[in-house]
Design a protein around this ligand. Structure first.
Ligand SMILES: Cc1cc2nc3c(=O)[nH]c(=O)nc-3n(C[C@H](O)[C@H](O)[C@H](O)COP(=O)(O)OP(=O)(O)OC[C@H]3O[C@@H](n4cnc5c(N)ncnc54)[C@H](O)[C@@H]3O)c2cc1C
Length: 387
């Protein structure tokens, strides 16, 4: 699919491709093998100024469009989905501040997140509340000058390496209206990192438990009003889902490129396996899925950009955001599984990257709202807003 890119987008993508080729691709297999967080990738992003892409110029960033952001994540995920999510989650952690933070909060946090001096994470999920966000149990009890947070967050990407975590806790009664959003800094008393998860895929990313034990958070670190937290979380996720969709798209493209090349090299029964119709049909289906997903992902990014200015809650764009995430991740799961099939026995072996792509693809169907939840969001959008 040929996109009409601006000169600036073209330059950014060229630079990201080079960075991916030279500073990510060589280490990706080893980081996966060793469950290792690649600090050298963090440095590469800092040096290239990538953390600032999603941060407005007024706060030291580049203010790149949503489309540019997804194109960058897609490029990185073609090589290593774990590294791609390190960047996307920096932006995710900043989003609650961007959509609902005070001017003081923006001034204090966004410039440091834009340079990558500070890393961020977004802590919403809890051991007993994943899809059911409104059921979260972490409590924030008011005290003079602030709050005391007590509870636990689960599966938080960048959690163990973040300097700043935007998080959510209950200040009121049960349900969505009792939730408020907060900014927690790494050094706050009562805040600690629990276990680092061992995972099926995206193993170069850091996934941690976060523990709040009477953690004191100053009043000025509450994002928005008390009770607005659920809305802040939803406005955040509506905007971040195209990045997960782009991650899925990049994974599928990486796997397809590998399979296309292998099919033209591997011989069976005296000819290249690419000459078998069964293999050609698989390649054709993979390519169609990728192209269809690209259209949807880019459209979602443009719609989020258009409708979401000024931190507004998306009304129609959220349907595209969910569609893109759901469709691209289901497609990535299928394409990467087919890529392993095309590689035959070698596909199952760690000497080739396609088994890693297949393991990495799985998470895109689960996080930032499972695909079951995305289907609920999409259906509800049509039922309430019409076609
Ligand atoms: C590697 C990794 C990184 C993550 N990163 C982050 C992060 O940075 N920040 C963060 O806050 N969270 C993060 N998460 C959490 C992730 O978003 C949740 O795991 C996910 O939303 C699902 O929640 P759950 O695990 O509690 O599953 P559950 O909600 O228990 O769901 C279990 C199953 O039931 C289905 N289900 C649940 N409710 C319904 C329903 N109403 N209708 C139909 N089906 C339903 C689900 O789709 C799923 O198939 C991460 C998770 C992982 C594994």
């Amino acid at each position: 699919m040929d996109l009409k890119l601006t000169d600036e987008q073209r330059q950014i993508l060229e630079m990201v491709r080079e960075l991916a080729r030279e500073r990510i691709a060589p280490g990706a297999g080893e980081w996966d093998e060793k469950d290792e967080f690649p600090w050298e990738v963090v440095d590469a992003y800092r040096e290239a100024g990538l953390y600032g892409l999603a941060i407005p110029e007024a706060y030291g960033g580049v203010g790149a469009s949503e489309l540019t952001q997804v194109l960058v994540v897609e490029e990185l995920a073609k090589v290593d989905a774990g590294s791609a999510i390190i960047l996307a989650v920096q932006w995710l952690g900043a989003l609650p501040i961007l959509v609902a933070g005070s001017e003081e909060q923006k001034q204090r946090y966004l410039p440091r997140l834009a340079t990558g001096e500070w890393l961020s994470a977004m802590g919403l999920t809890e051991p007993e509340a994943g899809s059911d966000v409104a059921g979260l149990q972490t409590r924030a009890v008011r005290e003079p000058g602030g709050y005391r947070l007590t509870g636990q967050k689960k599966f938080i990407t960048n959690g163990g390496v973040a300097d700043v975590v935007t998080t959510f806790a209950r200040t009121g009664g049960p349900g969505p209206k009792g939730i408020s959003a907060f900014i927690v800094e790494k050094g706050y008393e009562g805040f600690s990192v629990g276990r680092i998860e061992r995972k099926l895929g995206i193993r170069s990313s850091n996934t941690a438990e976060l523990l709040f034990d009477d953690c004191r958070v100053p009043e000025e670190n509450r994002i928005g009003e008390e009770g607005e937290g659920f809305s802040v979380a939803m406005r955040t996720l509506d905007r971040s889902r195209p990045s997960v969709a782009a991650q899925a798209l990049g994974i599928a493209e990486g796997a397809f490129d590998a399979a296309l090349q292998y099919a033209q090299e591997r011989k069976a029964f005296g000819r290249e396996i690419a000459q078998f119709q069964a293999i050609q049909f698989m390649l054709a289906d993979m390519a169609m899925g990728i192209e269809a997903a690209r259209g949807l992902v880019y459209r979602a990014a443009e719609m989020v950009e258009e409708e979401g200015r000024g931190g507004r809650r998306l009304v129609r764009a959220n349907r595209y955001s969910s569609m893109a995430k759901c469709f691209a991740s289901d497609m990535a799961m299928k394409v990467t599984t087919d890529a392993v099939q095309i590689f035959g026995g070698y596909g199952y072996i760690k000497d080739f990257p396609v088994e890693r792509y297949m393991r990495d693809a799985k998470i895109t169907q689960i996080y930032e709202g499972t695909n079951e939840i995305q289907r609920i969001v999409i259906a509800r959008s049509y039922l309430s807003e019409g076609a």
